[in-house]
Design a protein around this ligand. Sequence first.
Ligand SMILES: Cc1ncc(COP(=O)(O)O)c(C=O)c1O
Length: 356
Amino acid sequence: MSKHNFNSGPSILPQEVLEQASTAIIDFNKIGLSILEIGHRTNWFVDVMEEARALVKELMQLNEQYEVLFLHGGATTQFMQIPMNLLANTESAAYCDNGIWGSKAIKEASLFGNVQVVASSKDKNYTYINKGFDIPESNKYLHLTSNNTVEGTQWHHFPETNVPLVVDMSSDIFSRQINFNQFSLIYAGAQKNMGAAGVTLVVINKNMVEKISKNIPAIMHYNNHIEAKSLLNTPPVFAVYVSLLTLRWIKKEGGLAEMQKRAEQKSALLYNTIDALPLFHSTIDKEDRSNMNAVFFIKDENLQNKFLEECKEHGMIGVKGYRTMGGIRVSMYNALQLASVEAITQLMKNFANKNG
Ligand SMILES: Cc1ncc(COP(=O)(O)O)c(C=O)c1O
């Protein structure tokens, strides 16, 4: 049975990316060596890294002020690398607390400087995104999570402020066309919309790094990575290559405008189905619903388990909500076909007919 992969991450990748990646493990670019066997300073790999960095800039339409890095350590390392670089211990940074990942970022930043939580939706279980809050200009930056993977909310409009915006885009990177030049730093673990686990994208405006004056470990210093063109130490060679293949696929399919169109189509189908069936309900404010991760519930817990069982029987993978949230989570990343959302919405309708 073919699978419908709704995993939240690591998650579905385009079939052709998987095929190209598997070919490269045996014979990379017909050079008679595996991608796993070549040095990271060879022209072969430098070309991979440079094409990947250039494609990020092209897809995001970034101006010349931006540097693109592929680093180790996942988005979690950025939770500390950002304040380590950008925040002296007497300085203050503003943070938005809209979910489990943002609150982890706050905890880490508190180790390096003062954290001012300027917005939080914890009062209502993170079911909405704050609007119209004050951001004191004394802050070095404002950090927010553009898509809350666990809770199922997404920022559809970003704060307009003179304070530099630092954004964790781990779960909606390359899923929509926005003005990326409004952000001072963007980061994302690759394992959802842009490739395999093991590499993290960091896009940084050079005016942020000019201000880094502190003595910090060499491997943590953004300037060192920029100077080394993202080859400061051995990068996760294969993960960078899978990102390159995924970026090429996004471009070939029509770029971010096309990814956005598909995401809106898929999520509209799913949310319309949830709203039309009284058995299912979403607790998220409608205007803040995520186009990547739909989180919803069935009122009766026994029925919830039964629904998850039926999903399994129909080859629908990764539908169980995050362990602290419960419920159902359907992730609809770029590579997920509309047909998979059609399949699960049909199953929801049949299930509601039988159990409603
Ligand atoms: C929004 C967000 N931020 C951070 C993380 C943590 O990423 P990593 O496991 O790459 O450290 C995740 C993981 O799912 C995430 O969804």
